[in-house]
Design a protein around this ligand. Structure first.
Ligand SMILES: [Zn+2]
Length: 241
């Protein structure tokens, strides 16, 4: 399949279930895009308030902290527009309400390309198919098609909020077990690590973080047939135009 050339892309919307998801899955790629002058917007469905292991931090405080960490992480890869939807961490379901909320953000941002988590359960790496990831992935694909482009889907988005239908041309699935596209992030790898370090409450004690990431991204690059010594992030690209 043909992937849109980045020169044809002005805006990209990344949908994620939790703060830090985008940084583990795609921050090296995002840094490449912002360096090329493409506008990238993050939409984070939950505040990750069930994250971390520190029981002395109240959950509302954790939500505030994690929004702040995600905002800093985004800044480190050139992203300054973040939309937090405030759903409760660990309890996201594919509801009409979530589809409508995501369709609204698509119509507001008008992206050429959307990134989202995989809606599929991964039996090899169970952690990557957290129920919130699957729910957000499924609702995001429904929001791309048909909701955002159909004027008769959630008609009050148009009638009440004046949001015109919008057709997203391409979706990139993050964290898929069946990637079709590899992005060389060797040069932006330090920015990805910096972004992940901003999630202090999650990665503060991961002293092996950089080594672990380097190994993982080298493995992905080898899978994608990139030259030895390369680091890569992988996606499944879907033509939705
Ligand atoms: Zn997550």
């Amino acid at each position: 399949m043909v992937v849109l050339d980045d020169t044809e892309v002005s805006r990209i919307l990344v949908m994620a279930a939790h703060p830090d998801d985008v940084d583990f899955g795609a921050a090296g790629t995002v840094a490449r895009w912002t360096e090329a002058g493409i506008e990238v917007v993050y939409c984070v469905v939950t505040d990750g308030d069930a994250g971390g292991s520190d029981r002395s931090v109240s959950r509302p405080d954790m939500a505030v902290l994690r929004r702040r960490e995600q905002t800093e992480a985004a800044d480190r890869v050139g992203v300054h527009d973040l939309r937090f939807l405030g759903y409760p961490d660990g309890r996201v379901e594919v509801t009409l309400e979530l589809r409508k909320d995501l369709a609204r953000v698509i119509r507001q941002v008008r992206p050429d390309r959307v990134l989202c988590p995989s809606p599929e359960r991964d039996y090899v790496r169970p952690g990557i198919s957290h129920p919130d990831h699957r729910a957000v992935g499924s609702a995001a694909l429904d929001a791309v098609y048909p909701d955002a482009r159909n004027p008769f889907a959630f008609p009050d988005l148009l009638a009440g909020e004046g949001l015109e239908p919008w057709t997203v041309r391409e979706v990139w699935i993050i964290g898929t077990s069946t990637p079709t596209h590899y992005v060389d992030v060797t040069k932006t790898f330090p920015r990805k690590v910096a972004a992940l370090r901003a999630h202090q409450s999650q990665t503060g004690e991961r002293h092996d973080l950089e080594d672990m990431l380097r190994q993982r991204l080298a493995r992905i690059a080898a899978q994608g047939g990139l030259p030895e010594g390369s680091l890569a992030e992988a996606f499944r690209v879907i033509d939705t135009g």
